[in-house]
Design a protein around this ligand. Sequence first.
Ligand SMILES: C[S@@+](CC[C@H](N)C(=O)[O-])C[C@H]1O[C@@H](n2cnc3c(N)ncnc32)[C@H](O)[C@@H]1O
Length: 423
Amino acid sequence: MMNTINSKDQLRKSMAAPLIDWILKGIPNSIEVELFDDVGGIYEAQLARMELSKWWEEPRSFRKRAAYFEKVNGETTYHYYISNIRGKGQIGRSCQYLTHWFYPYKAKFHPQMIKALINWMGLKGNDVLLDPFVGSGTALVEAKTLGLKSIGIDINPVCRLISQVKCDLLEMEPDDLKEISVQKAFYFFDSKRKKIKLTGKNETLPFGEEDIFEFKEKEKLKKFFQLCYLYALSDFTYINKELWEAFNSNFYGILKTVREFYELKKKLNLRLGEAEVTEGNARAIYLKDETIDGIITSPPYSIAVNYIQQDIQALNYLGINHHILVKDMVGLRGNGAQRIDNYYEDMQKSFIEMCRVLKPEKFCTVVIGDVTYNGERLPIASKFIDFAEEAGFSCFDVIKRPILGGYARLRYEYILIFQKKKY
Ligand SMILES: C[S@@+](CC[C@H](N)C(=O)[O-])C[C@H]1O[C@@H](n2cnc3c(N)ncnc32)[C@H](O)[C@@H]1O
């Protein structure tokens, strides 16, 4: 007789059972775990198994860190609570939760995946995570909620701003956001829009002298409202939303996020890690040799995503001459075959730099898509493996993730895991 499924709970268990068996293979029965009900992909099961393999002996810590598990030894994990702080466009537990939704940035990591990779790398205590192509700061937000120190670098000042604000918001209290009225902040940033001229200088906050009184000595609040304005400008540009309406609704959306996280921090007694974000070049990382305990990064998908174009309205608003910026951006220099050569050359340099700053035997994970340029599918993942090995890494593992729907030019994403060789 067929089993009848008569409750949601049973349904979850029956769907996850084969995956759980595989994930638990080789792990002693001393730990009981339950996956989130939206974990279904093979790569997710791989990552769940990887994080569990590092932490099963410390179930109390694992409950606080786990990315793909809803329960550890019958207790609800912290990721359950964190991913319950729901953001715009969120569906399951993999992305858009917490501050991850705050700014529509293409080609960002799935934060849940990053959390699992940090766990598998075993980073803890005073260990430092680096993302030299930090983009919208996903890795830093995840490291922060795990109590880890992190460093993010990006050539684009808009990315520095996004990453910084997403991290700052995790430290802020709801009342901090209300120290100045939403209308006043909007008019302040909106009035600047008409006055900006392209200067070629990378200034994230070009307003200096003309600050309104309320922003004096409140850099975090000012940066937050500035990003809120850039978010509205993006909504206005791409989905034709009225500026004030977008600004106002994004403000109240993020206020809700900050309020919920503030309560959660108290409830779980969460200790946050420090995040440092700088404007810089991954081809010449400013850090000293062997100072980093782990790297997780996603370099530009070359050619597939024009990172300048997607933020052009924000760069113009900030007065940044994107023609100057492009010269240092990986993946955008040159045209045709020359562009591909430049991209490979830049990535070769970046691998040398990542290897230099990483401590021996530590791990560097690079997430990269399978890119088509001028109708040709480029062997980027295998090129990256060559570059990494030439730089002093060995290739530890490769996980292939299918990209379903959405951004159609990528079919697969590869999670390339490298280990720095011992001398
Ligand atoms: C794929 S995105 C990173 C997305 C990120 N993982 C996230 O979750 O938001 C790649 C980033 O590399 C940055 N970039 C391009 N050239 C760079 C360079 N020379 N140095 C540092 N960052 C660079 C781009 O500005 C872009 O933000």
